[in-house]
Design a protein around this ligand. Structure first.
Ligand SMILES: Cc1cc2nc3c(=O)[nH]c(=O)nc-3n(C[C@H](O)[C@H](O)[C@H](O)COP(=O)(O)OP(=O)(O)OC[C@H]3O[C@@H](n4cnc5c(N)ncnc54)[C@H](O)[C@@H]3O)c2cc1C
Length: 439
């Protein structure tokens, strides 16, 4: 039986495996998926996880539960040697081992892209994983608890200052959601005042959200300004050393929470393969999702999603390639499965073609924007569209129901403001009181 090995079980990898289970006949091929995480993450929900509108577990999809015919290896691929048709896999507690394949599908996604700015690597946090989103929520709630006990002064101001770097879609959503939570929390903290909350968004370009029209982006800027947030356009972060934020517009202040959302880059695992990549580190693909050397497909090598440079045949792409987003990754994953099955059966391959469906963003409870070409919706209706679209786009009905159920529960019971931050030291209580042998 041909062996298919999928590197990465996010959007593109998960959908490839799921559709292969559907299309492949019994004993037609063996499918293995390798991912260091046992779940795929629905990343558009991260801003809502970061403010408690969605439970962290509800925003991820278990590989083992939903891929019953796929062999799952919870480990990290460290190397792909396509000339030998084998990958090297690292699993905690075991020596690295090799796994041979006939077809490799590289869908390892992207990672946060940073610049060598002092303090960023040590102090900032991304918004790319569920763990980061959970930490941001813990941080906001814990900082409010700490600040409420302090007299007004620099330490209280530091705890109440929040900075997001990057005014793209993910950054603005995270920023606006965090602002919405912080404003809501004030009702439980009578000693803290609205004017004390300092929210700064730093964007190097002259505008935010390039995915929407300029007019819509201005609407968002006005909405944020009305909510007491400061957006610094044409401004760069110069330093974040020890949480002291220095901006290129001369402003300097301290913050305990700096969220970095200024772009992504192809997963560096692409460099640990012998597959051709472009100057941005993306593996080169043709529209049928085969890895290519020039125009020639490399037999048995396939790629999709954020790690891949897939030509955008609609003409809407950036420099001719699909932009890194979930719309593409999901559809490429589905096509990948069809094309793999066709390749195994010796049938013809289909090209990837997807016209952008527009963009929808949630900006805190009751506020959103939707943009499709020149048509825009802003405010409450757009927020409903955001929740409706993403709630239904979440893979698997059992997950959709959990997400919608959580929203309904929050609507009826109000926002949940509990933070179990002590989970970071789960043994502390036990260890403190544990009896020890007399020395
Ligand atoms: C905050 C946020 C909001 C977003 N909102 C939207 C939105 O509204 N609409 C939209 O279209 N897109 C959105 N996106 C983008 C979208 O989530 C990504 O484009 C999409 O996840 C890409 O899918 P992928 O399969 O390529 O990568 P991913 O979904 O990131 O999956 C990659 C997988 O590879 C695994 N992996 C990594 N390294 C290895 C390794 N060495 N070996 C094995 N496995 C590995 C990872 O653990 C992961 O499971 C958003 C992203 C973020 C961060």
């Amino acid at each position: 039986m041909p062996r298919i090995l999928i590197v990465g079980g996010g959007y593109a990898g998960f959908y490839t495996a799921r559709k292969l289970e559907k299309y492949l006949g019994k004993n037609e091929a063996e499918v293995t998926m390798v991912d260091p995480l046992p779940y795929m993450t629905y990343q558009p929900f991260l801003p809502e996880v970061a403010v408690g509108s969605i439970e962290p577990r509800h925003a991820v999809v278990s590989h083992r539960r939903h891929l019953r015919r796929t062999e799952i290896i919870t480990g990290r691929v460290s190397d792909v040697s396509h000339k030998d048709k084998k990958v090297t896999i690292e699993v905690p507690g075991l020596a690295p081992f090799d796994r041979e394949y006939d077809y490799v599908v590289v869908t390892a996604g992207a990672v946060s892209r940073t610049f060598p700015i002092p303090g960023v690597a040590e102090f900032a946090i991304g918004m790319k994983t569920i763990e980061e989103a959970v930490e941001v929520r813990h941080r906001i709630l814990t900082n409010f608890d700490k600040a409420a006990n302090l007299p007004e002064g620099p330490e209280r101001a530091r705890l109440m200052s929040y900075v997001v770097i990057g005014g793209g879609f993910a950054g603005i959503e995270a920023f606006a959601e965090m602002l919405s939570l912080a404003t809501y929390l004030l009702r439980y903290y009578p000693t803290l005042k609205f004017e004390e909350i300092n929210f700064h968004l730093v964007e190097a370009m002259g505008r935010i959200m390039p995915e929407v029209s300029l007019k819509t982006s201005h609407w968002v800027l006005k909405n944020l300004a009305n909510r007491n947030a400061k957006v610094h356009l044409d401004t760069q972060l110069l330093s974040a050393h020890n949480g002291v934020v220095e901006l290129s517009n001369g402003q300097k202040f301290e913050s305990d929470t700096i969220v970095w959302t200024a772009g992504v880059m192809a997963n560096p695992v692409a460099k640990h393969t012998d597959l051709p990549s472009d100057e941005r580190g993306r593996i080169l693909a043709n529209p049928a999702l085969q890895v290519v050397d020039g125009d020639t497909p490399i037999e048995g090598a396939w790629t999709a999603g954020d790690v891949a440079a897939v030509p955008d045949l609609t003409g809407d792409g950036v420099a001719g390639y699909c932009v890194p987003n979930a719309q593409h990754a999901v559809r490429q994953g589905k096509l990948m499965a069809k094309n793999l099955v066709a390749a195994i059966r010796g049938e013809g391959l289909k090209n990837y073609f997807h016209k952008n469906m527009g963009a929808v963003a949630g900006l805190g409870i009751g506020v959103g924007v939707f943009q499709y070409r020149n048509f825009a919706v802003t405010g409450f209706l757009a927020w409903l569209m955001h929740r409706g679209y993403h709630g239904l786009a979440m893979p698997m009905w059992e997950r959709k129901i959990r997400v919608f159920g959580g929203w309904v529960a929050n609507f009826v019971l109000r926002r949940d403001v509990v933070s179990i931050n002590a989970i970071k030291e789960p043994r502390l209580a036990f260890e403190t009181w544990a009896s020890r042998p007399k020395s």
